[in-house]
Design a protein around this ligand. Structure first.
Ligand code: CA
Length: 100
């Protein structure tokens, strides 16, 4: 069965509007599903990043002398993780404006 046969449901050799609409509906459905998954994954990533930052902050508060050895690494980590969270909110805000 070729790809065309799958789309041509009644087998008359042409693709009617109803068959095309069905195809388009399926494509849109997949697109929305993908967008939902993408948003969920980004949100999950955002939470993980925030948890990592909170855990590092707690570690620094609890054992400042031990964490002082890694201050440069922590500084870099805070910077890059903040950028991830900022990008998430920034792109979400831009995406929301596009839909208006
Ligand atoms: Ca047909």
């Amino acid at each position: 069965m070729t790809e065309f046969d799958k789309i041509d449901k009644n087998g008359n050799g042409t693709i009617e509007k109803s068959e095309f609409d069905e195809l388009e509906f399926k494509r849109l459905e997949e697109e929305y599903k993908d967008q939902n998954q993408k948003r969920d994954n980004q949100l999950r990533m955002c939470w993980v990043v925030l948890l990592i930052m909170c855990a590092s902050t707690v570690a620094v508060i609890l054992q400042p002398e031990r964490m002082a050895q890694a201050d440069a690494v922590l500084m870099m980590m805070y910077g890059s993780l903040s950028a991830i969270v900022g990008a998430f909110f920034g792109f979400n805000a831009l995406g929301g404006k596009k839909n208006d």
